[in-house]
Design a protein. Structure first.
Length: 370
């Protein structure tokens, strides 16, 4: 049976704000909320108190006050769950913003706020907020205008933070806001190219894409890869049918240790080292050959070469490609001529052998990088 005393809250409202309203307006205790959410009571308490401590933010205070009036209005008239009292002043009007409008305004305004020297300004009597950008020569330019309700939604979602409260309050974009902007831009690009994948949009905000030059069959091409994470990091989060991680932490650590040495070995004026001689598959073009001696740290090169020699053909191939060249498993399988979905098993065996190599050669605490 629906709760006729609970107002209809917007879908975009963060869960922490809902917990705050349930505690302050409905009177739910921390323990009751923790039992309902399946979390510890101290976690709920920290989230609630965090918003209570932020009530000195004018826009946040206005938004929470508006939702409090919605609760009061609903209790007075349960049949109208989405209408605030008519006596509410303008600055406490309900932030009536739907998901599409918030996404559209987020892309437009957060882009402007992400520019150097940009802030959002708003005063109590203003129905709209403005985005101002200060240039190095002292000039100020208005680059955007948004409704007060949208600005309130931005603060509730932690996209902006109050830099200075006063007669005219100023706000700046937060790290959460920058991540949300990146996700929105990626979603827009995927929709434009017909590749909308909702789960990937949240992962992309934590990715840092880079390019690497490789040579295949005598032809140079650019490979796009994630600088922030290697393929073994992804496999380290996946679980098998028994719920256990497919790659144990020590295996991921061994792969990352090989990658650290590999990156360190390529430092210096000549960064393209002759690692392709360790590849035994049909495609030997992972890196361009180098006719001279590398100028990077010799100890790191020695450690990488020793590890690959110990792994041998096949195991060394997949370790070098996935851990060092940051190739995905499907690409590595194709270039090595292996059957589909076989690379995952071979990579796991390679990392187990690599872990044993490091333990037997350097011990659990080594080698020291550099």
């Amino acid at each position: 049976m629906p709760d006729l005393t609970h107002p209809r809250l917007p879908d975009w409202l963060p869960p922490a704000v809902r917990l705050y309203l349930d505690h302050t307006e409905d009177g739910c205790s921390f323990r009751a909320l923790a039992k309902r959410e399946g979390r510890h009571a101290s976690t709920i308490m920290r989230q609630v108190r965090r918003y209570e401590n932020r009530r000195d933010d004018p826009l946040l205070d206005e938004a929470l006050t508006a939702f409090s009036r919605m609760f009061e209005a609903t209790r007075a008239n349960p049949a109208r769950k989405d209408t605030p009292p008519m006596s509410a002043p303008l600055r406490h009007a309900q932030p009536t913003v739907d998901d599409q409008a918030l996404d559209r305004e987020g892309r437009r305004i957060l882009r402007r706020l992400a520019e150097p020297g940009a802030v959002m300004a708003i005063a109590p009597e203003m129905e709209k907020a403005v985005v101002l950008r200060e240039f190095p020569d002292g000039r100020n330019m208005r680059t955007g205008v948004l409704d007060r309700a949208v600005a309130q939604a931005f603060t509730l979602k932690d996209w902006i933070a109050c830099r200075k409260a006063g007669r005219v309050s100023t706000y700046e974009i937060t790290a959460i806001g920058r991540a949300a902007l990146k996700r929105m831009i990626d979603d827009e690009d995927r929709r434009r190219h017909g590749m909308a994948e909702a789960p990937a949009s949240f992962a992309d905000q934590h990715r840092t894409w880079g390019e690497r030059s490789v040579v295949e069959d005598g032809v140079r091409r650019r490979v796009r890869y994630n600088l922030a994470e290697s393929p073994i990091g992804v496999l380290g989060r996946r679980r098998d049918k028994d719920g256990k991680p497919f790659l144990e932490a020590e295996l991921v650590e061994a792969g990352e240790r090989l990658r650290e040495d590999f990156e360190l070995a390529q430092m210096g004026p000549r960064v393209a080292q002759n690692w392709d001689r360790f590849l035994t598959g049909a495609d030997r073009g992972g890196m361009q050959a180098d006719s001279g001696l590398a100028e990077g740290p010799s100890q790191a090169r020695t450690r990488v070469a020793a590890a690959l020699r110990d792994l041998g053909p096949g195991l060394g191939d997949v370790a070098l490609r996935c851990c060092c060249f940051l190739e995905g498993l499907e690409i590595a399988e194709k270039r090595l001529g292996w059957a589909a979905r076989s690379g995952k098993i071979v990579l796991r065996i390679a990392l187990q052998r690599l872990r044993r190599h490091y333990d037997e050669t350097y011990g659990r605490s080594g080698p020291l990088i550099g």
